[in-house]
Design a protein around this ligand. Structure first.
Ligand SMILES: Nc1ncnc2c1ncn2[C@@H]1O[C@H](COP(=O)(O)OP(=O)(O)OP(=O)(O)O)[C@@H](O)[C@H]1O
Length: 347
């Protein structure tokens, strides 16, 4: 199999700010050409710093940034062929939408008729043709974002970098715009790198998710790979929907022994909320627990339980499963887990 050519390659990239803060530590990463990559992690984990180093808006303390196999570590943003879309969109208030979108071509010395023609094309791409002569203050947040995106795309960058592009939008618009971002990225075949702290956003958009914590990479993979096999407790906890349990697993892996006094080595593993069933009788691969709370969530409920050693464990029940009305705080239950659903952490 031929490996996909990377659009962006980071080699042992670190960033230490002048105040001594190590924001990014020894990151090695290859982002395939034409893919949608989300940098995902909690506030302060270094994702914006990493994005800005790729864009050339932040210097690299150590390591190399390669774009399309060119070492651009010391190149200015304009020399790189990247476009950064800022969180606040940074539109020029005194220019019409058309002129805002055309502006990068003006700076590049492209003649007026050519740049306006291209700006009209981009406005059509982001469904904003009707607003060509409007000013930014006359637009909603979502519309301003479309204009900012069109402006970022007009010079046909190899890589578009988006820093929390949906965070200023209300939840409904956010879902609508994320579909638009995916469509535009797909149609134009440009590599998008999108910073977010929302796992839903990353799952919905990304071909590749890069999970970060404290300046370090925790896991890189497809949304499915990350959800099905989180590499460590941090990732399992951050993406949600997973129980993280410490205990012993019998060496033949045919049952979980929650006694914690067993002879097998104690280990940490995760199991998805929706991979556990509440059953009436103890049988193979069941553990005993007590119900703590039942949380209604619309098309499913979360049954929060506690194991004998006080570890919390949550079960996701669909409406048609388990008679939820029979559950009450303190009720003893048996939880069945298929051993194949256990995810042993790799680090
Ligand atoms: N200019 C700066 N000078 C010093 N420290 C900084 C600077 N910018 C960021 N930091 C620190 O570097 C770390 C990473 O910051 P960064 O903004 O990259 O994180 P982030 O994951 O993007 O966070 P957020 O989601 O809150 O934007 C944080 O501890 C932050 O306080």
């Amino acid at each position: 199999m031929v490996a996909t050519k990377p659009a962006v390659e980071l080699i042992a990239v670190s960033k230490r700010y002048p105040n001594g803060q190590l924001a990014v530590s020894q990151i090695n990463l290859r982002i395939p050409k034409g893919s949608y990559c989300c940098l995902l992690g909690p506030s302060g984990c270094g994702k914006s710093t990493l994005l800005r180093m790729i864009a050339g808006h932040e210097s690299v303390t150590e390591g190399d940034v390669l774009l399309d196999n060119r070492n651009v570590t010391n190149h200015s943003p304009a020399e790189r062929g990247t476009a950064l879309m800022f969180q606040n969109y940074a539109l020029f208030p005194h220019m019409t939408c058309l002129d805002n979108v055309a502006y990068p071509l003006k700076v590049a010395g492209i003649n007026k008729s050519a740049r306006l023609e291209q700006a009209h094309e981009l406005l059509a791409k982001v469904n904003m043709t009707d607003y060509a002569n409007a000013y930014p203050e006359q637009l909603s947040g979502g519309q301003q974002q479309r204009i900012a995106l069109a402006r970022a795309l007009i010079r046909k960058p190899e890589v578009v970098l988006l820093d929390e592009p949906l965070s200023a939008l209300d939840p409904f618009l956010r879902i609508q715009m994320r579909k638009e971002l995916k469509r535009i990225q797909h149609e134009m075949g440009i590599t998008f790198i999108h910073v977010t702290h929302s796992q839903d956003e990353a799952f919905a958009l990304a071909d590749t998710i890069v999970v970060m914590s404290k300046g370090e990479l925790q896991q890189v993979g497809s949304p499915q790979a990350i959800f099905n096999k989180p590499a460590n407790p941090f990732v399992a906890n951050f993406i949600g929907g997973h129980n993280i349990i410490k205990g012993t697993i019998a060496l033949d892996k045919t049952f979980i022994d929650n006694a914690l006094t067993g002879t097998a080595a104690e280990t940490a593993f995760s199991v998805r909320f929706d991979r556990i069933d509440i059953v009436d009788e103890p049988k193979n691969n069941t553990i005993q627990a007590a119900v703590m709370d039942v949380e209604f969530q619309g098309n499913h409920s979360l049954v929060h339980c506690q194991l004998a050693d006080s570890q919390p464990i949550t079960v996701l029940c669909r409406d048609n499963e388990t008679s939820l009305s029979t559950l009450y705080p303190g009720k003893p239950v048996h939880l069945h887990v298929n051993p194949a659903a256990l995810n042993l952490f790799t680090h």
